[in-house]
Design a protein around this ligand. Structure first.
Ligand code: GTP
Length: 349
C-alpha cells in the first residue's frame, strides 16, 4: 500500500518553534514527529511513503532520510505551496501514484485502524473514504455528517452554524487515482477540504467511523497534550521507559539537584541547574537552564538558555536560541522569537 503524507505547511500555529524546525520533524517526546506516523503506517502494511514537502523541506529530508524501518521514503517538493490536494496532483504528474492511495495530514498522532478503513473503502466501492473521528468539542473543526450507508452528506465548515454531528475529518483518506486525475486541477493550490471533498459529496464520497486515539499536534496546547499522552502510555509507542515522574531524559543531560517532572521531556545534552523546577515542560536539544529557575507547562526549542532565578510561566513557547536573562520572567502564554533576549523586568529585546 502506498501513502502520501502532507508535510509542507508552514505550521503557523506552532510558531515560534516552526520558524526553524518544520512541524513534521518537530521533536515530540524526543523523536521527530513523523516517526510516530510512519510507525503507524508501517503497522498497516504501508511499504512506501511519499513525503510531500515545501516549507523547510531540506530539514525534513535531513532528519528522516530515505528509509524508515524498511519503508521507502520518497520526497516530492513543491516550489510554491499547493495546499492539501495540489501536492497529490503533483505526485500524479511525477508518475509515482499507484491505483489506490492513502493521503494523510502530516500533523496527526493517532492509532485509528487504517486497515479497517481500507477494507471499508474496498467493500463500498467508494471513490474516496475519509476517516471520521468523534471529538467532544467541535468548535475548532468542520464536521462531516454521513447517512446510514456511510455516504458523506455534507462537508460543513465551522462557520456553517451549529454542528449536526461531532464527527470530524481525521485527515486520513483513501483515494482512487481516478479522483486525483479528474477532480484535482493541475498547477495551482487546491484544498481537499474546501474544493475536492465538497464537490465529491453525493458522487462516491464515503466516511469511515474511526475510533481510538486521535490528536492534531498543530496547536501549542495539543502539542503538549500529545506529549503527556505519549509519556503516560495513553497512546502505545516504542518510546524508551519513562522515569518515576513519568519523564523522559535524553542522552548527555545534566540534571543533578534539579526537580524534573512530572511529565517532562529533555532532549539530548540539556542541563538544568540545582534547585530548579521543571514541570510538564519540554526542552528540545541543548537547552541550558541555570539554578533556582521555575518552568511550567512550556516548550523551549533547541539551544535556549535560561539564566539563574528566571521563571517561565505556563503556556510559553521559546524559539530556538532564545535567551532568558537571570531573574527574568517569561509570562503566561508568551511567544519568544528565535534568538530573542528576555531581560529581567522587561519584554523580549
Ligand atoms: P497552520 O499554519 O498552523 O494551520 O499549520 P499547517 O501549515 O500545517 O496547515 P494545516 O494544519 O491546515 O495543514 C494540514 C496538513 O497539510 C499539515 O500536515 C501540513 O503540513 C499540510 N499542508 C498544508 N499546506 C500544505 C501545502 O501547501 N503543501 C503541502 N505539501 N502540505 C501542506
Amino acid at each position: 500500500m502506498q501513502a502520501l503524507v502532507l508535510a509542507g505547511g508552514e505550521g503557523t500555529r506552532l510558531r515560534p518553534l516552526t520558524y526553524t524546525t518544520p512541524k513534521p520533524v518537530m521533536p515530540l517526546a524526543g523523536r521527530p514527529f513523523l516517526s510516530f506516523m510512519l510507525d503507524w503506517l508501517r503497522g498497516h502494511g504501508v511499504t512506501g511513503a511519499i513525503l510531500s514537502c515545501g516549507f523547510l523541506s531540506d530539514a525534513v529530508r535531513e532528519v528522516l532520510g530515505d528509509t524508515h524501518q524498511g519503508m521507502r521514503l520518497h520526497y516530492v517538493t513543491e516550489e510554491e505551496p499547493l495546499g492539501t490536494a495540489g501536492p497529490v496532483r503533483l505526485a500524479l504528474e511525477g508518475g509515482i501514484l499507484e491505483e489506490r492511495l492513502l493521503v494523510l495530514n502530516g500533523d496527526v498522532l493517532t492509532d485509528l485502524d487504517l486497515t479497517a478503513q481500507l477494507a471499508r473503502h474496498a467493500a463500498t466501492g467508494a471513490r474516496a473514504t475519509l476517516a471520521l473521528i468523534e471529538v467532544e468539542d467541535v468548535s475548532s473543526y468542520g464536521v462531516v455528517p454521513t447517512g446510514a450507508d456511510g455516504r458523506v452528506e455534507a462537508f460543513l465548515e465551522k462557520s456553517d452554524g451549529p454542528a449536526s454531528t461531532n464527527r470530524i475529518n481525521a485527515g486520513a483518506y483513501v483515494i482512487e487515482r481516478e479522483v486525483v486525475e479528474s477532480m484535482i486541477p493541475s498547477g495551482r493550490a487546491v484544498s481537499f477540504e474546501r474544493e475536492v471533498f465538497p464537490a465529491l459529496v453525493g458522487d462516491g464520497l464515503h466516511g469511515y467511523e474511526a475510533s481510538g486515539y486521535w490528536i492534531d499536534i498543530g496547536a501549542p496546547e495539543r502539542y503538549l497534550e500529545a506529549t503527556y499522552d505519549l509519556l503516560s502510555g495513553r497512546l502505545k509507542s516504542s518510546l524508551p521507559p519513562r522515569d518515576e515522574t513519568g519523564s523522559l531524559i535524553g542522552t548527555g543531560c545534566l540534571v543533578s539537584g534539579a526537580h524534573i517532572g512530572p511529565q517532562s521531556v529533555l532532549g539530548s545534552h540539556c542541563s538544568v541547574g540545582s534547585d530548579s523546577t521543571l514541570e510538564r515542560s519540554v526542552l528540545h536539544d541543548r537547552v541550558l537552564v541555570g539554578a533556582d529557575c521555575v518552568i511550567r507547562d512550556s516548550v523551549l526549542a533547541g539551544g535556549v538558555r535560561v539564566g539563574d532565578g528566571a521563571r517561565i510561566e505556563p503556556g510559553a513557547m521559546l524559539g530556538s536560541g532564545a535567551k532568558v536573562e537571570p531573574g527574568a520572567v517569561v509570562g503566561l502564554d508568551a511567544r519568544v522569537a528565535p534568538g530573542a533576549v528576555v531581560q529581567a523586568g522587561g519584554s523580549p529585546a
